[in-house]
Design a protein around this ligand. Structure first.
Ligand code: GCU
Length: 707
């Protein structure tokens, strides 16, 4: 049994420390910046593995105490990934049942050190992750583009692989392991069938080999038509034996290369993707043929519930209508993955009805870390508050206390659509790194508080000085509520300027009659009802705004929620304010209990959001002394843009709604500085992997100012 001593750890440290110290503050080291002037003495009796070697090398950055590590497979109380840390005399001791638990324990210690924890005699922690699969979903394509990616090209260099293995893969693995992420889907859910070609699988193997010692398993998104496209079969009907045989052979090929391969993620029969419904089969038929192929190797199928396309229902109802009848029909290695809300990662949606209604089908969570609908890489939007709101939501499925967080514990699966690209700082906006970090921390422990996570991230990424942390943490915590106010207050949704394109900037006018294709895309109208305008549920009209989803006069969507939520949402008096327009159509002149009209209240929301965003540059300027120049300037420029865009949103929405309802600007609302006709002409390229550059947005807005 090998002994690891100070020297062994040192030798490994050298490689790591050059990477840490080499560049100043370009953000490339994420939250793992601190290098160690002193070296801890590390001891272990455990047999050496690649994982343990990494753990010990990392420990050398820990300089508060000497540390002993031991793996004890009988510690079943720690699960497969947990650890315990105790003070033992003058040493800290880390125990885990597997080496990867030691690695997580080491990163935990480093986090404590960076946050200034004093390791007193009674220091003791025991951590077991709440979810089994803590997963990133990359929407990366084989051509190097990233769908909804706003931080450069894909980090996966398919052209160079497998011959050249970028050092960035190791840095990626390390960053993920440091926050407990243990699974990654390498490619886009809009998957190219080519992903499963042998040449590409060899590249996947090269990546998997780098990620494995960090405890990360690789998954792939697959295109349901792969047996046809690359297998040259006549079709991909899941009930045909030759199709099943093709998937079995493919699974064997994959597992020969990647023995710990995680499984397949599938987007089927949604947004034009092929799927079992093309052959009159069900989602269960489709998922099961893949599940059977993966079963012998312990792989899982993650089948997405983001389905729509049929023209008979309101889109937000469709997933439940399609999946509820399939309860009991899926194999036990299938998980259905639902987005947090029923529409599409909007700034504010109620939780997905599936979480409260499905009983037997294991459900996984899909959050979006990339900020497709929250300012992309130009706005600071700290998403942990949004995710917490969803995880803490009570579905009442088994009485009070049936939170979404508990529901997804049954499948053990929580995924986030990655915001990572090949930009030097990984995420372009320095504060977007906080979302990657927070996702990992919540996937480990959904009970953590959003502000505590923000503080740890700030301490590790910038400085642990409270004079910096307090105001910046407050700014982060206020960001999603402010964005909701200035973009889509009171439960408005999907009023973006472009539909299938870039989703950047305001476009409430797209809801006007005559734009049926948009309404169908956003599925805010049942297409059966095109000739019955009363059912156009999200239109701004002369009289009202909002979607009538009540059971009384509307689409009845509230019925997809358990009691008491159903009645609560159904009645405007009890419906949470943030969902008013999601569930109700409200007259502009309706009086609210406050005495204001709805119109006055709505305008007040836009105004308040814009005012909060306007404070951000000043908050950042007030902490200038704590931040290196490079990141300071990068953030400042973006916060100024965010403040400006908040006014863009406010003015665009208020001016447009005024053009429909003819009402005057309420008292106390800052008069618009932009011209509506000019705002309507702003048009950035329609592109699913594009976020306009700050200078281009500024130029467009300069051109839209009132004369
Ligand atoms: C959104 C997004 C698409 C993505 C889709 C999905 O609609 O705009 O780019 O493909 O979600 O989650 O499948």
């Amino acid at each position: 049994m090998s002994n690891t001593t100070r020297n062994a750890a040192l030798g490994l440290l050298l490689g790591l420390s050059t990477a840490i110290v080499a560049s100043a503050d370009d953000g490339s080291h994420l939250w793992l910046r601190k290098s160690a002037p002193d070296l801890a003495i590390v001891k272990t009796e455990a047999p050496m593995s690649d994982t343990l070697r990494i753990a010990l090398a990392e420990l050398s950055r820990f300089h508060d105490h000497n540390v002993e590590v031991s793996t004890n497979k009988h510690r079943t109380d720690l699960g497969t990934d947990g650890f315990e840390i105790l003070m033992n005399g003058d040493k800290l001791k880390i125990v885990a049942s597997r080496d990867v638990g030691i690695l997580y324990g080491v990163y935990h210690l480093l986090r404590h050190q960076a946050c200034g924890t004093q390791f007193t005699d009674n220091f003791q922690v025991k951590e077991v992750p709440y979810y089994k699969f803590r997963m990133l979903n990359h929407w990366d394509n084989l051509d190097g583009t990233v769908e909804r990616g706003y931080a450069g090209s894909s980090i996966w260099k398919w052209d160079e692989l497998p011959g050249k293995v970028s050092p960035r893969y190791t840095e990626y693995a390390r960053a993920n392991a440091s926050i407990g992420i243990n699974a990654t889907v390498l490619n886009n859910v809009n998957a190219s069938p080519k992903m499963l070609e042998t040449a590409n699988l060899k590249k996947v193997k090269a990546i998997a080999d780098v990620l494995r010692p960090y405890g990360i398993r690789v998954f792939l998104s697959v295109n349901f038509a792969s047996p046809m496209v690359i297998g040259k079969l006549k079709d991909a009907d899941p009930l045909k034996p030759e199709v099943a045989a093709w998937w079995k052979d493919k699974a064997k090929e994959i597992y020969d290369l990647v023995p710990d391969f995680g499984g397949f993620l599938v987007k089927a029969n949604s947004e034009g993707q092929p799927g079992p419904c093309d052959y009159g089969r069900t989602h269960a038929d489709g998922a099961n043929v893949l599940a059977d192929a993966l079963k012998p190797y312990g792989g899982v199928v993650i089948w997405r519930a983001f389905v729509y396309g049929k023209k008979t229902e309101e889109r937000v109802q469709q997933a439940l209508l399609e999946f509820q009848p399939l309860e009991g029909k899926f194999r036990d290695n299938v998980v259905i993955q639902a987005k947090n809300g029923p529409l599409d990662f909007q700034p504010c949606e109620p939780f997905h009805p599936l979480f409260g209604k499905l009983k037997q089908i294991p459900l996984g969570m899909e959050f979006q870390i990339t900020q497709e609908y929250l300012g992309q890489s130009n706005h600071l939007a700290y998403l942990a508050t949004l995710w917490k709101e969803v995880l803490d939501s009570d579905t009442y499925q088994n009485g009070p206390g049936s939170t979404v967080a508990k529901k997804i514990h049954e499948s053990g699966m929580i995924a986030g659509v990655a915001n990572i690209g090949d930009d030097v700082n990984w995420c372009r906006h320095p504060f977007a790194q906080a979302n990657w970090y927070a996702f990992g921390r919540l996937a480990w422990n959904p009970d953590l508080k959003a502000d505590d996570i923000a503080k740890e991230w700030l301490a590790q990424t910038f400085t642990s000085n409270p004079a910096f942390i307090e105001p910046v943490c407050d700014m982060m915590m206020s960001s999603v509520p402010a964005i909701r106010q200035y973009m889509m207050p009171l439960g408005l949704a999907h009023i973006f300027a472009s539909t299938l394109g870039n989703h950047y900037g305001p476009g409430p006018w797209l809801y006007q009659a005559g734009n049926e294709s948009f309404l169908q895309y956003a599925s805010l109208v049942s297409t059966n009802d095109e000739k019955a305008p009363g059912r156009r549920i999200f239109d701004a009209t002369k009289d009202a705004l909002g979607a009538d989803r009540t059971k009384t006069t509307g689409t009845g969507t509230v019925l997809q929620y358990n009691a008491p939520l159903c009645d609560q949402y159904n009645d405007l008096k009890t419906c949470p304010e943030r969902y008013w327009l999601w569930f109700h159509r409200i007259g502009w002149k309706d009086k609210l209990p406050t005495g204001d009209t709805f119109w006055e209240h709505l305008c007040g929301e836009f105004e308040s959001g814009a005012k909060i965003a306007a404070t951000y540059p000043g908050i950042w300027e007030s902490v200038k002394t704590y931040v290196d120049n490079e990141r300071y300037e990068l953030v400042l420029g973006r916060l100024k843009l965010q403040a400006r865009e908040a006014v863009w949103w406010k003015d665009a929405c208020i001016l447009f709604y005024q053009s429909v309802n003819g009402l005057p600007l309420p008292k106390g609302i800052t008069p618009p500085i932009y011209d509506l006709a000019k705002l309507k002409r702003i048009n950035f390229p329609s592109n699913v992997h594009f976020c306009p550059k700050p200078e281009d947005v500024n130029r467009a807005l300069d051109g839209a100012l009132k004369k």
